[in-house]
Design a protein around this ligand. Sequence first.
Ligand SMILES: NC(=O)C1=CN([C@@H]2O[C@H](COP(=O)(O)OP(=O)(O)OC[C@H]3O[C@@H](n4cnc5c(N)ncnc54)[C@H](O)[C@@H]3O)[C@@H](O)[C@H]2O)C=CC1
Ligand SMILES: CCCCC/C=C\C=C\C(=O)C/C=C\C/C=C\CCCC(=O)O
Length: 257
Amino acid sequence: MVLTGKTAVVTGAAMGIGKAITEILLQNGAKVVLLDVNETAAKSLLEDLRKQHGQDRTLFLSCNVESEEQIKAAFQKTVETFGGIDILCNNAGILNEGEWEKTVSINLLGVIRSTYASLQHMNKLTGGRGGVIVNTASMAGLGPLLSCPVYTATKHGVVGFTRAMAAASAASGYGIRYNVICPSFVQTELLDNITLKLGQFSHLEDATQQLVEVLGILTPSEVAQCVFELVTDETKNGEALMIFPKGKQYITFPSMQ
Ligand SMILES: NC(=O)C1=CN([C@@H]2O[C@H](COP(=O)(O)OP(=O)(O)OC[C@H]3O[C@@H](n4cnc5c(N)ncnc54)[C@H](O)[C@@H]3O)[C@@H](O)[C@H]2O)C=CC1
Ligand SMILES: CCCCC/C=C\C=C\C(=O)C/C=C\C/C=C\CCCC(=O)O
């Protein structure tokens, strides 16, 4: 897929991995709508992006992925402004084992809300142009991160939901590809104040820190490069791409047939 003239929506776009995804899509010619709850960070980023890429290729819309109403309004505004949606990156996520219901609501239900709301605009069967959705899971979507059971559960959910949507889309003729990235640790604010975020599992922080030392830490732009691959390579549908500092690997799951 060539990105020139395409419109992308990125959730959690103001910082970290979402910011890097936004930048790589813009650098390659797409128009990008940034959705986030952090208005201060998003407006400051938007100002920089407009200086670099022009005034008319970006838009920020305040949107909490916990709200179906806000997601629908943001997609409607995107279509009114840019004429459609070709690419959706469901990236917003938190780590908070104390506030675990909120973690499920943002990390898993947020992806489902946004994916379902996007169908109206992207599904070829309902007048959309088709396109591609890339969801941000984690390596914790493929195996257990011992200090974060609920975070782990949400990311396993995102991997399963993405693969099932890919199969449903292919079988139904939606014209939408669905892929998921599974990065190991990434240098972002999600890793700040980790003791507090681990809640009742804070005693397992040292064990997690050891895992960080073994696996190393990615930069957001290394992750964004992999998102770009899944967006542009039209042969990729239903793929889970594991990303770690030493490389990347497409996951082979057990066959169910
Ligand atoms: N940092 C890491 O080590 C890893 C992060 N991830 C995943 O990457 C994604 C992005 O995280 P990071 O960039 O690391 O974190 P971050 O904290 O730097 O950025 C997250 C962004 O999402 C936004 N956000 C949070 N709740 C939201 C909501 N309800 N609605 C809309 N926007 C919301 C925040 O305002 C922020 O801009 C998350 O899904 C996270 O689980 C995956 C693997 C590793
Ligand atoms: C297969 C086993 C799971 C490996 C998971 C690897 C990385 C996942 C990272 C994330 O998605 C979330 C990031 C942070 C996890 C929590 C704690 C990190 C502690 C870091 C520190 O103490 O500095």
